[in-house]
Write a protein that binds this ligand. Structure first.
Ligand code: ZN
Ligand code: ZN
Length: 355
């Protein structure tokens, strides 16, 4: 017998999210039950709710930047106890047997990791529902410890935006003196600036719009390059070791590949899908440059990222909202009108009049 709880669900692609009653399972032996305190709002939540990717199954309870408190544990759980502050990100399970899973790369599981919502539980076939809700039940292997000292509400977006920016910085060995460019200043971009700076890199923001300089410098950039300014772009030709492209829609990456030094890599982390115009291979061949992608990070690496952020005093810049404001928040995200992440205070759901 599970417990009846409330969340906010999308019921179609063109109607507002609304209150939704559903059930969470009782903890299995390896499960942790979590009361949700805060949940960040990711672009995926917006695209998923509005079925922009065509894969939505309704009702859908979005939310995969979850921070909460442990309320119960299964009999086999030893790493967590009631009262612990914990996090849950984009995945709640994987096959645990394939090569990527064995290497701590659950996000690249051969059979596909189980996403936190809009997916199906591998054991009982029930649908997964995300963090826009009062509580969640997750296998302990996919639960993160929130280190002491992190502001929990501002740390919630670390579970997706934070790890998505952190993993490529680590994979491409960014450190003291690395030359890193970040393309785009949104939820992902602002985290990439902070993290790259903390790793010792020389950090540049590349943006299409003028007027972001003071914000970017405050977030950790050493300089800002406006991509529509030919002179500024020429000054960084063949310059960067790593370009992190956070732009969440189709765009031309060719102006950025030429800013890579020999053996440099441009890594896409914001856009899923085709690139138009097509990528010109000539700049790639001529300096052995690479174009790559990266998707969130494994569970061990996510814990490493949380600990790194606690050690360096890094959290997200957030705007706290009530869950009743979620559709207005989605609209503002579409207009890039948020610095830099909305986070839902889940007390607003608990306080909603019972209906
Ligand atoms: Zn996300
Ligand atoms: Zn696997």
């Amino acid at each position: 017998m599970g417990s009846a709880i409330r969340g906010y669900a999308a019921c179609s692609g063109d109607t507002p999210l609304r209150l939704f009653h559903f059930e969470r399972r009782s903890p299995r032996p390896d499960d942790v039950s979590i009361e949700i305190l805060y949940c960040g709002v990711c672009h995926s939540d917006l695209h998923g709710s509005r079925n922009n990717w065509g894969s939505a199954k309704y009702p859908m309870v979005p939310g995969h930047e979850i921070v909460g408190r442990v309320t119960a544990t299964g009999s086999d759980v030893t790493r967590f106890t009631v009262g612990d502050y914990v996090g849950v990100g984009c995945m709640v399970d994987s096959c645990r047997a394939c090569r990527p899973c064995g290497e701590g790369l659950e996000q690249y599981c051969d059979s596909g990791a189980t996403s936190t919502y809009n997916n199906v539980d591998r054991h009982d076939g029930s649908r997964t529902y995300g963090g826009f809700s009062e509580s969640i039940v997750v296998s302990d292997r996919f639960v993160l410890k929130m280190p002491e000292g992190l502001d929990l509400k501002a740390a919630a977006p670390l579970l997706c935006a934070g790890i998505t920016a952190y993993s490529p910085l680590r994979h491409w060995r960014v450190g003291q003196g690395s030359r890193v460019a970040v393309v785009g200043l949104g939820g992902l971009g602002h985290m990439a600036l902070k993290l790259a700076r903390a790793m010792g890199a020389d950090v540049t923001l590349i943006t299409r719009s003028v007027g972001k300089e003071s914000d970017a410098l405050a977030l950790g950039a050493h300089q800002v390059v406006v991509s529509t300014d030919e002179e500024q772009m020429a000054a960084v030709r063949a310059h960067f070791d790593l370009v992190i492209d956070t732009v969440p829609y189709q765009h031309d990456i060719n102006p950025y590949t030429t800013t890579l030094a020999p053996d440099g890599t441009l890594v896409m982390i914001g856009h899923f899908g085709r690139l138009e115009p097509a990528v010109n291979s000539t700049p790639l061949l001529m300096k052995r440059r690479a174009v790559a992608g990266s998707y969130i990070g494994g569970i061990a690496e996510t814990q490493e990222m949380l600990d790194f952020c606690a050690g360096h005093g890094i959290v997200c810049d957030i705007e706290l909202i009530d869950i009743q404001q979620i559709d207005a928040a989605f609209d503002r995200m579409l207009a890039s009108d948020v610095k830099y992440r909305f986070v839902i205070d889940m007390a607003s759901l608990k306080n909603e009049v019972q209906t």
